[in-house]
Design a protein around this ligand. Structure first.
Ligand SMILES: *Cc1c(COP(=O)(O)O)cnc(C)c1O
Length: 425
């Protein structure tokens, strides 16, 4: 850490500007379309538009769809996109490429993988979820358990109680699969994937990790940590665009036997044979279902260009520093204004976001957004700020905290217009 940052005296905007001048990732900001006056801290919900995605989308629209039409499936390799993009995401999640494919949404992929996992553990009837998991992960699990019937049930366990749950001979031996998020979407807590996966395996169960808040934010090591299944999001830290397809990972050791319950023709061994009976493709292809959305795939594909020459270790290092500085600035400059930290103070236990609770969290966030500081609100009272080292600057922290301080000090957030609830928060 540079000396200026370590010193006891309060931080200044100049200290932060100095960090920007020596930041090896500073050049990456230019890859994105971002207004100069906008403080965007919501890339963990929707990544900004990479300039290369805009250009590539135009090419695909005008030339491929516009001119070459259906021949593009072959001539422009549309048919290869799910595997090719999967192969590009693989190094970001520490996986060999033949285990990753891009298709459908996180929710749909969760369904496929949970079903596959329970089939691989016959006789075990508990689908165990992290108690405060992202709602869609919970709902999909509930839906699948209901469909299975026959005593299948969803269990919920706090992360800190997971080990004991699994070690309990009666409860642990009934668990088929454990479904967890590597980074908690509310609090930003980062879990120990290696240790938790080991304890899941010791209980004879399978591990399904949701990487929506970790892929593209920090180094992930699926193969090294022996993970069984994983899903992740294309439109958050991977900047693939609104509703970008998700990716899924199945460890090679399961690929021969894991069954996709959504047996669509794109998962068939020979889709264009148009046979009556389903025969699953060999390998990860079997986890596809229907026709891939080529325009959405195109934008995700191009968005991955920004990772060329970028190391995730560097990204993580900057993310940690951004988080530490943001927390310190708020402690120094917003003291007594009603904010309580809601994320781990220890960077080793924190993903790529920081958050605070505030009794008027929703209204405060609406007022911040009006002042061009975009984070988001997570019910019931969390103000959440995503840290995206590819395009955020250290001085953005200073400017963000100044806006936060002014909004809180002035109580402007109590004005009625900030209380109107939108559909999407
Ligand atoms: C964003 C997110 C999702 C999104 O699921 P979709 O089906 O793509 O809407 C799922 N799980 C987690 C943990 C997420 O953060």
């Amino acid at each position: 850490m540079p000396e200026a940052e370590q010193s006891e005296k309060a931080l200044s905007r100049e200290t932060l500007a100095e960090l920007d001048r020596t930041d090896p990732l500073a050049r990456c900001r230019d890859h994105f379309q971002l207004a100069e006056d906008l403080l965007y801290f919501d890339g963990n919900s929707l990544g900004p538009l990479p300039k290369t995605s805009r250009e590539h989308l135009h090419r695909v629209l005008d030339q491929q769809w516009g001119e070459d039409l259906i021949s593009s499936w072959n001539s422009h390799g549309w048919i290869e996109l799910p595997r090719r993009i999967g192969g590009r995401i693989a190094p970001l999640i520490g996986a060999d490429p033949e285990q990753v494919v891009v298709c459908d949404s996180v929710s749909v992929n969760l369904f496929k993988l949970l079903a596959a996992a329970t089939e691989l553990r016959p006789g075990r009837r508990t689908l165990l979820c992290q108690a405060d998991h992202f709602p869609t992960d919970l709902y999909i699990t509930q839906g699948l358990a209901g469909l299975r019937g026959q005593g299948y049930r969803v269990g919920y366990v706090g992360v800190d109680e997971l080990r004991d749950y699994l070690l309990d001979p009666e409860r642990g031996s009934d668990v088929a699969v454990v479904s967890l998020g590597q980074v908690d979407f509310r609090t930003g807590r980062l879990l120990d994937m290696a240790e938790i996966t080991r304890s899941i395996h010791r209980a004879g169960a399978l591990a399904l990790w949701d990487l929506s808040h970790s892929a593209g934010a920090l180094p992930v090591r699926l193969d090294e940590h022996d993970v069984d299944f994983a899903v992740g999001c294309g439109y958050k830290f991977l900047n693939g665009g609104p509703g970008a397809p998700s990716f899924l990972y199945v460890a090679e050791r399961h690929l021969g036997r894991a069954v996709n319950p959504l047996a669509g023709w794109f998962g068939h061994r020979d889709p264009f044979a148009f046979n009556r009976d389903y025969l699953p493709a060999v390998g990860i292809d079997r986890f596809m279902c229907g026709t891939p959305p080529i325009l959405a795939m195109t934008s995700l594909d191009a968005a991955l260009d920004v990772w060329q020459g970028v190391s995730l270790e560097e990204v993580r290092e900057k993310s940690v520093r951004l988080g530490d500085l943001f927390l310190r600035l708020v402690a120094e400059r917003c003291d007594g204004l009603g904010l309580s930290p809601a994320c781990p103070a220890d960077a080793d236990l924190r993903g790529s976001q920081v958050c605070w609770t505030h009794p008027h969290g929703y209204e405060v966030m609406q007022a911040l957004i009006e002042h061009r500081l975009v984070g988001d609100f997570r019910s019931p009272d969390i103000l959440r700020f995503g840290l995206c080292p590819l395009y955020q600057r250290y001085v953005d922290l200073w400017d963000a905290v100044e806006i936060l301080r002014r909004v809180l000090e002035s109580s402007i957030y109590l004005e009625p217009r900030f209380q109107v609830r939108s559909k999407v928060t």
